[in-house]
Each structure stands twice: as structure tokens, then as C-alpha cells.
Design a binder for this molecule. Structure first.
Ligand code: HEM
Length: 219
């Protein structure tokens, strides 16, 4: 019965070929360092799920942002847990993406034919840092406010275009409701969209090219 249903769908969707291409690949003998990309992906999914849940109660305005976070922490059932998962997941993702990149560098896995996998990875690293930077402001407490004041000021010190960058980031001269709205928009819409597209391209290439083998000593 289940095979018949499976066949019915396969005739129409061709899903078996896709399934086999993803899960029945032949791979060289690898080691635990090769799990770091998947670990990063796992945490990224955690960030998306817990992030969506947080937006149900979080309010991105100076009047309500701080209180809405307090409400999540003290009143919403398991709110502290969801926020904790998102908070620590953010740090874990930065660490894991860094270690994954280190593995790729040390194994020379960025070389032909994986240059484009590497390039999509570099942008994924920037996206991950962007998530951290924009997310830090959202609790709208003293730490968030001053860290972003300093962070945007540093970006503003860039020669020539610095002032323009600072104004674009802050949405004016100073940190304000506009800055918070801007950071929220980037954090929950622009960066997740970029992440999904880039992860899609990254994994497509990993599957298409196959995983690189562990480099041998000598020769
Ligand atoms: C959100 C961030 C990222 C995710 C979710 C991700 C995910 C993955 C996964 C699942 C793999 C296959 C398994 C593995 O090699 O660990 C992989 C491979 C690869 N990744 Fe990433 N990655 C990310 C960021 C990066 C970064 C920052 C770089 C480098 C700048 C990079 C470069 C590569 C390369 C070159 C491969 C192919 C490795 C090989 O064939 O041995 N990735 N990635």
C-alpha cells in the first residue's frame, strides 16, 4: 500500500531521484570534522524556528521592545526557554560556522571545483555576523543600545563613505525608533531570505560536487 502511494507520487513528482541524490550519495571516508557544516545547519534551523516564535510576542518599538522581552521571559509559557535557545543558538552558530570554515581551510576543500561553494560560504559568514549584529539591538536594554551605538560608530569611521553608512544604519544621526525598526526588518526578513537562498545554493553545490576527501600526507 505505502509503496503504491509512493509510486503514485513518484510518477508525478520524481521525488525518489531527488531523495536518492540527497541521501544515498557515495561519499569518501570522512571524519567528525565533516559534521560541522550540518551542525551549523541544525543551529540555523533552531534559530529560524525559535525566532519565528519570538516574533509572536516581541514588539520592535522603543516603547515596547524591552517590556515585550520581559513579558516573554516571565509570562509566556516556556518563553524563557525559547529565548534562551535563540540567544545561545546565536553564539553557537557563530562558533560553529567559524569551525566549519576552519575545517574547509585546513583541508584545502575550497580548491577547484569548490570555489563557488566557498564563495557562498563567505557570504553566509557575513550573513551570520549580520544576524548577530542586528539581533543584539532588539532587546533594547542599555547593553543593546550602547553596543549598537559603538558598532555603528565603528562602521561610520570607514574612510569617505563612513558618514553615509552610519546614517543608513541608524536611519539618522542618532539611534532611534527608526534604527530599531530597521534592524528588526533586516534581522527577520532580509537576512533570513539571504540565508535560505545561500544555504540552498551551498547545499546544492555540496551535493552536486560531492564532499572532498580527507587530504593525504606527503606527495
Ligand atoms: C550558515 C552557514 C553554513 C552552513 C549551514 C554550511 C553548511 C555546509 C554543509 C552541510 C556542508 C557539507 C558538510 C561539511 O563539509 O561540513 C558544507 C560544505 C562546505 N562549506 Fe559550508 N556552511 C556554512 C558556511 C560556510 C562558510 C563560512 C564557508 C567558507 C567560507 C563554507 C564553505 C564550505 C565548503 C568549501 C564546503 C565543501 C567542503 C568539502 O567538499 O569538503 N561554508 N557546508
Amino acid at each position: 500500500m505505502t509503496t503504491r502511494i509512493g509510486n503514485w507520487f513518484d510518477d508525478r513528482l520524481g521525488w525518489r531521484r531527488v531523495w536518492e541524490a540527497i541521501f544515498k550519495r557515495r561519499i569518501p571516508k570522512v571524519n567528525w570534522w565533516y559534521t560541522l557544516g550540518s551542525a551549523t545547519l541544525f543551529v540555523a534551523v533552531n534559530q529560524i524556528v525559535t525566532g519565528i516564535l519570538l516574533t509572536i510576542y516581541y514588539v520592535p518599538t522603543p516603547d515596547h521592545a524591552y517590556d515585550s522581552v520581559q513579558y516573554i521571559m516571565t509570562q509566556v509559557p516556556a518563553g524563557w526557554f525559547i529565548r534562551g535557545m535563540h540567544h545561545w543558538g546565536a553564539s553557537a552558530m557563530v562558533v560553529l560556522v567559524g569551525l566549519h570554515m576552519l575545517r574547509v581551510i585546513l583541508y584545502g576543500a575550497f580548491k577547484y571545483p569548490r570555489e563557488i561553494t566557498w564563495l557562498t560560504g563567505v557570504v553566509l559568514l557575513l550573513v551570520t555576523i549580520g544576524f548577530g549584529f542586528t539581533g543584539y539591538l532588539l532587546p533594547w536594554d542599555q547593553k543593546a543600545f550602547w553596543a549598537t551605538t559603538v558598532g555603528t560608530k565603528i562602521a561610520g569611521a570607514a574612510p569617505g563613505v563612513g558618514d553615509l553608512i552610519l546614517r543608513i544604519m541608524r536611519g539618522g544621526e542618532e539611534l532611534s525608533a527608526v534604527t530599531l525598526a530597521r534592524f528588526f526588518g533586516v534581522h527577520v526578513w532580509a537576512l533570513p531570505a539571504a540565508l535560505l537562498i545561500l544555504v540552498g545554493a551551498h547545499l546544492y553545490l555540496v551535493i552536486r560536487l560531492g564532499i572532498s576527501a580527507v587530504p593525504k600526507r606527503g606527495k
